[in-house]
Ligand binder design. Structure first.
Ligand code: LLP
Length: 417
């Protein structure tokens, strides 16, 4: 058995067989207590080092309304970072106040901006052109701009969002110009945001990125002759997907960020701009796994395990080469084999894992694909016309269906047939 916070759940063979019988497979399964634990730990760490802070949950990581509600119930001031009208909708349905939300888009349509503005969310603009589109509908009193600090970080090339190749944000050389223009058109109050990458486990990276952000913030403040009210360092906080990786020490991380703030804003943390973070992965990734059944096995040039969960269920391995541990449910005879774990999709990139050592497994047996709570369901899709899975919450011993499995009819609902 792998060493994981959810071992107490994935070792309960009877419970998982019942779950599979009742709700089918593949199903995303989440632990309520782990969700509560993650938000509490983050809150504790940030509040130890900052007097003024705000947590905007990045809805893109997992937009299930029930999941957002659990986070909100544990931290009543929770805000949401939303990047589409759909994510604003999810936040609102989870009872998160729209005035506690920030809309971070990119290449936003005027319609998108209108939805965010009318909802009453704060707007974090990706470019001066974004502001120019926004001002055709209205000029809010407060805006922030997204900085591209010229470099980024992240576990895979595809999730680095700062640097010369990034489509996001305003180059640090141009950032002052954007604020001056917005001020000249009537914006009164400002913040600054930067999200330079994702899935980073090196704590020093966050101090470094904060340093870059505050350097640009200082230039903006000097040229506007006005203080920025909020500084968002985005997110990027990683989780250990592998046995040998260590979790981030959040208390130490915020202590270090506090030191960077001290260097720019002095000793009294009550006079600092509000530190904002937009965590997605660290709150939800390790709270969920995919319960899936082996549908076929094959001895070819390689040994294959075929699951009913494929790249349409969890896209991260095919898209980035991301690694997820796969745990066989139930007894094993101690023998292990090296497998390629795949789904039923007609693409050779359809892999959940490559060269994965695991106990020998037979058709019809169950597996758990671990750490799928973030960017799992929210990136699932319908390729090969496969309906999306169900989502179930485990609350103590209770199983609660929090999203029903999509049906084939659901997929064709919009078609005129
Ligand atoms: N804020 C902004 C503006 C973002 O774009 C993102 C993620 C976040 C916050 C949350 O970042 P996190 O806490 O999760 O690191 N699909 C990829 C991850 C892409 C992240 C995109 N932006 C994956 O599966 O790893």
């Amino acid at each position: 058995m792998i060493n994981h916070h959810l071992s107490n759940i994935i070792s309960q063979t009877k419970l998982l067989e019942e779950l599979a019988d009742q709700y089918g497979t593949p199903t995303y399964v989440y632990s309520k207590s782990r969700l509560e634990h993650n938000i509490s730990e983050l809150l504790k760490a940030i509040s130890m080092s900052f007097a003024n802070y705000q947590i905007y949950y990045a809805v893109k990581a997992n937009s299930n309304i029930n999941i957002i509600k659990i986070l909100k119930n544990k931290f009543n001031d929770l805000g949401c970072d939303c990047s589409s009208p759909g994510e604003l909708f999810a936040a609102e349905k989870a009872n998160v106040s729209m005035s506690d939300c920030v809309y971070t888009g990119n290449y936003e349509s005027i319609e998108d901006l209108k939805t965010a503005l009318n909802a009453g969310a704060e707007i974090n603009l990706d470019d001066l052109n974004s502001f120019n589109r926004l001002k055709t509908i209205g000029v809010p009193e407060y805006v922030s701009f997204r900085l591209n600090p010229g470099k980024g970080h992240g576990q895979f090339k595809g999730i680095i969002t700062g640097g010369k190749d990034s489509k996001f944000g305003i180059p640090k050389e141009d950032i002052v110009k954007a604020y001056k223009a917005a001020k000249s058109f009537g914006v009164k109050r400002f913040g600054l945001q930067c999200h330079a990458g994702s899935s980073t486990l090196d704590a020093d990276t966050f101090s470094d990125i904060t340093e870059q952000i505050l350097k640009s913030a200082r230039e903006v403040e000097d040229s506007l002759e006005q203080k920025l009210e909020k500084i968002s360092i985005g997110s990027g906080f990683g989780i250990p997907y592998r046995d040998e990786e260590k979790p981030l020490n959040l208390q130490k991380l915020f202590k270090n960020i506090n030191l960077v703030f001290k260097g720019y804003y002095g000793d009294d943390n009550k006079n600092w701009p509000t530190l904002c973070i937009e965590p997605g992965r660290i709150l939800v990734a390790d709270t969920g796994f995919i319960l899936t059944r082996v549908t076929g096995t094959k001895s070819s040039y390689k040994q294959f395990i075929g699951l009913d969960a494929g790249m349409e269920t969890l896209m991260r391995p095919a898209l980035y080469g991301a690694f997820h541990r796969v745990q066989k449910i139930g007894e094993n005879d101690g023998e292990t084999l090296k497998y390629d774990i795949t789904g039923r999709i007609c693409e050779n990139t359809d892999r959940i894992s490559k060269d994965h050592n695991m106990p020998t497994i037979n058709e019809e047996e169950l597996c758990a694909i671990m750490d799928s709570g973030a960017y799992g369901y929210s990136m699932s899709h319908n390729f090969n016309t496969r309906p999306r899975p169900a989502e179930v919450l485990i609350d103590e011993e209770k199983l609660i269906l929090i999203r029903k499995r999509e049906s084939i009819e659901d997929i064709f609902r919009g078609c005129n047939v």
